[in-house]
Design a protein around this ligand. Structure first.
Ligand SMILES: *Cc1c(COP(=O)(O)O)cnc(C)c1O
Length: 400
């Protein structure tokens, strides 16, 4: 097994010019971050001048970034860097809740929210989304879920809202949900994995007591890296110092991101702040794209008009084509790739999600044209086939 290991070196990525994978659109590095990745790639590179606390390192300027810049960006009191959104959610749940407590979360929640709760020994009470095609999450649903948890003799010590969710890209009314949670004295954790770094998100304004973001998902960082913010009241508990190890915070196991991923987050940050300011244009692009898709009978579900770049489509027409196409259900992936577009999961045709984030208008047109060409070429084939068969039948009829 330890022979021929060369195959692990010089690995290449196989991606098309345009990648519409929602998971990856917001994590593409800026040129500055790409250079920083090389410069700081060595293990523990960030620790040259560390005096014991990662977030207090001054050279490179981590302290300023974590303690001044990020709290202002997120509009919250205290921030720490984590390995990702999931680690932030777990740290909050583990420190704020007792085993057996209830966490109330939206039914569109990411699987990592559920696993974080499971790992922290918590029960989950869901807020069910409305039926298809909206999948909407309401503030009233939170009140009902909290009441249901009480009926089950539970202590509800945390609520979580996915903002937006990773399936439909729906943005619920966070402020209204926060207000309901606060009526019950339940703090709200806002999961901004798909929003922080893409669109303006201000924790205080939205009423979020705790907030998490994902660097590799939405902040143009290589990752794994994320941000965890909290208001003073909860920061005190989440970031409690160790009783035995001076200057180390228990929930973070002392230090979190100890090298290049954090530096890439910092290096792309100016560009991230700028792009957040251009969010309205991104929403316009997404809406334009959705309209063009619908002209081809590919139906966008979730919020309409849509308010986010992540969109979910029902594509019965592509599914029908896959029934007879060469390559079966893989035809779409292959034919999109031939046209310079990747990011729709191989094998999916009937429903899929994609993101328009950060793509120029011409690139979006290219994606739309790819769909259009694929549909036309197959449906023409089909008509052609049928036409031919009909022709043959007629000839047969003539002969007999
Ligand atoms: C991607 C995603 C996550 C996971 O983010 P990590 O930073 O990789 O932990 C969590 N929640 C949502 C809604 C996501 O889309």
């Amino acid at each position: 097994m330890l022979e021929n290991l060369e195959r692990f070196t010089r690995l290449k990525r196989d991606i098309a010019q345009i990648n519409v994978d929602p998971l990856q659109r917001g994590g593409i590095l800026t040129p500055e971050a790409r250079a920083a990745l090389l410069e700081w790639g060595d293990g523990y590179s960030i620790c040259d001048f560390c005096a014991g606390m990662l977030d207090r390192i001054r050279n490179p300027p981590v302290e300023e970034f974590v303690h001044s810049v990020l709290p202002e960006f997120l509009d919250t009191d205290e921030v720490r860097v984590t390995h990702g959104a999931r680690e932030g959610k777990f740290a909050a749940m583990h420190s704020l809740c007792q085993k057996g407590d209830f966490v109330v979360m939206d039914g569109n929640a990411h699987y990592t929210s559920v696993l974080a709760a499971e790992r922290a020994g918590l029960e989950v009470e869901y807020v069910p989304p409305s039926k298809e095609p909206d999948y909407a999450i309401s503030a009233e649903g939170y009140a009902q879920a909290i009441e249901r948890a009480y009926e089950r003799k539970g202590d509800v010590t945390l609520a979580l809202l996915t903002y937006p969710d990773g399936n439909y890209g729906n943005l619920p009314d966070a402020r209204a949900i926060a207000d309901i949670c606060h009526d019950y004295n339940v703090p709200l954790l806002l999961n901004g994995a798909y929003s922080i770094g893409r669109m303006p998100v201000r924790a205080r304004e939205l009423g979020a007591d705790i907030i998490v973001g994902s660097g590799h998902k939405s902040m143009a960082a290589s990752g794994p890296v994320g941000v965890l913010g909290a208001s003073e009241e909860y920061a005190r508990i989440i970031f409690k110092p160790s009783a035995t190890k001076k200057n180390k915070e228990v929930e973070l196991l002392g230090c979190t991101v100890r090298g290049a991923p954090l530096i890439t987050l910092m290096a792309s940050f100016p560009a991230v702040v700028e792009r957040v300011g251009r969010w309205q244009k991104e929403v316009e692009n997404a809406r334009w794209f959705s309209e063009e898709m619908e002209k081809m009978d590919l139906v966008q579900v979730g919020d309409r008009p849509h308010n986010h770049d992540l969109m979910f489509f029902l594509a019965e027409r592509l599914y029908q084509i896959s029934q007879t196409a060469k390559g079966g259900r893989y035809f779409l992936y292959r034919e999109m790739k031939e046209r310079g577009v990747c990011g729709i999961k191989p094998g999916l045709t009937r429903q899929f999600k994609l993101s328009t984030y950060g793509l120029a208008c011409q690139e979006l047109e290219r994606v739309i044209n790819a769909f259009s060409e694929i549909i036309q070429s197959h449906e023409k084939d089909e008509k052609g086939d049928k036409g031919e068969k009909r022709e043959k039948k007629r000839e047969k009829g003539k002969r007999s």
